[in-house]
Design a protein around this ligand. Sequence first.
Ligand code: NAP
Length: 224
Amino acid sequence: MTTALVTGANKGIGLEIVKQLVDRGLTVYLGARDPERGAKAAADAGARFVQLDVTDPASIARAAADLDRLDVLVNNAGITGGRMNAPGDADPASIREVFDTNVFGAIAVTEALLPLLRASEHGRIVNVSSTVGSLSGMVAGTTPTSLGYVPSKTALNAVTLLYAKSEPGLKVNAACPGYCATDLNAHAGHRTPAQGAAVAVTLATIDDDGPTGGFFDDEGPIAW
Ligand code: NAP
């Protein structure tokens, strides 16, 4: 593997994924929607900046056209929607916004880059998901009752499985970084973004005999 693209990578876990892939010797494209913050983060991380808003088809098309090869795609961009969207107090417009980024954004970016990934001898896709998307966790009642963020990660897990089944030449896995201190949760997480990045980096650079269609955190497989 020599070339990677990470979406939503100007800060937080995505930026740490970029840095760790750069440390492993990859050429890394740091995707960010804001050109100023993205270019600065890329320069600091030793990466190449590519403007990429995962909800904007024109931006996705331009980014894809900028690349002539790609081995690793990390769909990391994600939002919570800024409100809980608990059952009984849910705003469909806010939920739609969350799905636009966390689910449809990941699909749109993946579709645009599939031709390059298929052309790679070691194509990898990592979708940055969350244990909160685990249906098993919902059955057990251990999951926050948010109708936006939580089902968006369940859907992203399903998307991961379906790409894994339909792209046997690639390794397609979902990663949960754990609860990390980032802007996403007002820095309430107990792990560092660097710790959270590690599982995605492992899956992004996994050997040809490694798993596909799995859902992992640092400890190993997570129940769907
Ligand atoms: P973060 O610090 O808020 O970073 C989110 C990144 O996504 C930012 O760079 C943001 O860009 C970008 N983004 C949002 N919408 C975008 C769009 N439309 N196009 C391109 N980029 C966009 O959050 P984080 O904690 O690092 O989250 C990274 C991933 O980890 C997310 O998928 C999240 O769901 C997942 N995750 C996080 C935790 C945790 O505890 N932090 C736990 C489980 C899973 P801007 O700066 O422009 O807004």
